[in-house]
Design a protein around this ligand. Structure first.
Ligand code: PEP
Ligand code: MG
Length: 579
């Protein structure tokens, strides 16, 4: 049994939770290619076999812990993995390479994995080919057992506690799946606050600690973990004092929630009487109900990618229409901004849509580029969105716009889709405003022209920061370069505000910056007055805004924009907060 130990990381999605660890080992590993001396061979084979036993026992322990519907769903993959672990071709292949090739176990395992993976790839059946993933996970599990010295059997788990996933990183689709299967928290060794997984975790209220480098080595399947994402800390085998802290935190959080709940039906006004728009971002239909519960002014960004992340064919018009219509009806008359698909080659599901693989997915065929290149798919989405507009106010938002021609083309396609639907006798609202996301620097520079070609703008700071600073939003190694408070970013935001104002088009900030209550004084100073954020952040934002004066903050915007460095920005932001 693991003793109490604390691991440090950073908060990716707030909250505290306790649960049982489920470790997902990465599929990369360090391989020792130094050849073996002949007298080391027997010990190396023994190490390999011991690691295999460990991996088998881990799977058996996992199988014992399964309850209810999980038994069937996860049970299938456990069976598949157990079969690979017992497969003579797999075991003999590795031991032969150790004995005859004098390879170390890690190198032998790696070589056998490559050989078997090639055999999987050559199979003509897409289902069987997809089972290659099982092979990768099994090999990763054996590797992890090596790293721990081949021992370390996991303890059987008697409780039915929630699952804390411990992983390198997690795709939004996997997160979604685990969320439906008892997930209470995530601990990732990599990741960034701005990744789509972290955004989704915040939306689903799943606490997430990122950048917790030691987790994969220190945590075993079945360990009890206390995940404090507010402090960016993970405690393995928490003691009574830790658990008391958890209960105190839960009590304080529910007091805070009760206090903020009183603001649900209150208008959002600053101290000097300015009305501020507070909309919700949603990645899933279930977040819409939550947006309504916290009194959001509408859905400012409905990311439609979730419909496309499931395996199989792209969703048809009716499936999409129903999802959009349900969102519109759930918001009961408040506007819902449906964003057209923004799927890069790095996302699961992209392959089915004919995207990638690409060397640089962030710079590739994503957003409006994909939509204009695959018009038949795009028309399906536009038709579904327009049909949903018959049930309440809908706005259509186009991601990754870099040039005015793109929004003009989309506008023509929307008009064409509307004519088609009307010919078919289907109802469409008279007004369906079309908007462009301003999230690449080129779009900021031509924001006036783009604004004149559409009805509203939405500022996507997540991507704007990435493209302005040439720093991947998902890459922890460049997290310090990816700086939303870089003076260049602030100036680009101010330019966009000015272009929208001159063109008399509404502008909403919908990147993650909007969800950080501490930055609201800065954002008001830059001239913004409408925000879209994950629903969990809305009440805190409203509470904060009640105490701020928009007029006084705006008067200090110019000085903020003169800051030459991050330090100067921070100093001036602190000044804003102090009044
Ligand atoms: C953004 O880029 O800021 C944004 C809101 O879009 P996404 O996070 O979905 O790329
Ligand atoms: Mg974006």
């Amino acid at each position: 049994m693991n003793l109490r130990v604390q691991l440090e990381g950073a908060g990716g999605a707030r909250g505290i939770a306790v649960g049982r660890a489920r470790v997902l080992y990465p599929t990369r590993f360090e391989v020792d290619r130094e050849p073996l001396a002949p007298d080391e061979v027997d010990a190396e084979v023994a190490r390999f076999l011991h690691a295999l036993d460990s991996a088998r026992e881990e799977l058996a322990a996992l199988r014992r812990r399964l309850r209810g519907s999980l038994t069937r769903e996860i049970g299938d993959f456990i069976e598949a993995h157990a079969l690979i672990l017992d497969d003579p071709e797999f075991i003999d292949g590795v031991t032969d390479r150790i004995r005859s090739g004098l390879q170390r176990a890690s190198a032998a395992l790696d070589a056998q994995r490559t050989a078997l993976a090639a055999a999987f790839d050559a199979i003509d059946d897409p289902y069987l080919r997809s089972r290659r993933e099982d092979l990768e996970q099994v090999v990763a599990r054996v590797f992890a057992a090596f790293r721990r010295g081949g021992g370390a059997m996991p303890r059987p788990d008697a409780g039915a506690a929630g699952t804390v996933l411990v992983c390198e990183s997690l795709s939004p689709a996997d997160l979604d799946w685990w969320h439906e299967h008892g997930l209470v928290a995530i601990v990732a060794t990599q990741g960034s606050v701005y990744s789509h997984s972290a955004i989704l975790a915040r939306g689903l209220r799943v606490p997430m600690v990122i950048g917790c480098g030691a987790a994969l080595d220190a945590v075993r399947d079945g360990d009890t973990l206390l995940v404090d994402a507010d402090a960016g800390r993970v405690t393995v085998s928490p003691d009574a004092i830790d658990l008391r802290r958890l209960r105190e935190h839960q009590r304080a959080a529910s007091r805070q929630e009760r206090r903020r709940a009183q603001l649900k039906s209150q208008a959002t006004r600053t101290r000097d009487g300015a009305t501020i728009g507070l909309h919700a971002n949603a990645e899933q239909t279930e977040q819409i109900a939550r947006a309504r519960r916290v009194g959001a002014d509408g859905i400012g960004l409905f990311r439609t990618e979730f419909l496309y992340l499931k395996p199989g064919e792209a969703p048809g018009e009716d499936e999409q229409f129903k999802a959009y219509r349900d969102a519109v009806m759930a918001m009961a008359g408040k506007p819902v901004t449906l964003r057209t698909l923004d799927l890069g080659a790095d996302k699961p599901g992209a392959g089915a849509l004919g995207v990638g693989p690409e060397p640089n997915p962030a710079l590739g065929l994503r957003g409006v580029r994909w939509s204009l290149a695959r018009r038949s798919h795009f028309m399906v989405q536009l038709r579904a969105m327009l049909r949903a507009s018959a049930y309440g106010p809908v706005r259509i938002l186009v991601p990754m716009v870099t040039a005015v021609e793109e929004i003009v083309q989309v506008s023509d396609l929307v008009a064409g889709a509307r004519r088609q639907l009307q010919r078919e006798g289907l109802a469409v609202a008279e007004q369906v405003p079309l908007g462009a996301m301003i999230e690449v620097p080129a779009a900021v520079v031509v924001a006036s022209e783009i604004a004149h070609a559409c009805d509203f703008l939405a500022l996507g700071s997540n991507d704007l920061v990435q493209y302005t600073l040439a720093a991947d939003r998902n890459n922890a190694a460049v997290a310090s370069t990816y700086d939303p408070l870089h003076p260049a970013v602030l100036r680009l935001i101010a330019l966009t505000v000015e272009s929208a104002r001159r063109a008399r088009r509404p502008l909403t900030l919908c990147g993650e910056l909007a969800g950080s209550a501490d930055l609201l004084p800065l954002l008001l100073a830059l001239g913004l007055d409408a925000f879209s954020m994950h629903p969990g952040a809305i009440l805190e934002a409203r509470e904060r805004l009640l105490g701020l004066s928009r007029k006084a903050l705006r008067a200090r915007g110019r000085r903020l924009l003169e800051a030459a460095s991050r330090d100067e920005v921070l100093e001036r932001v602190r000044g804003l907060a102090e009044g």
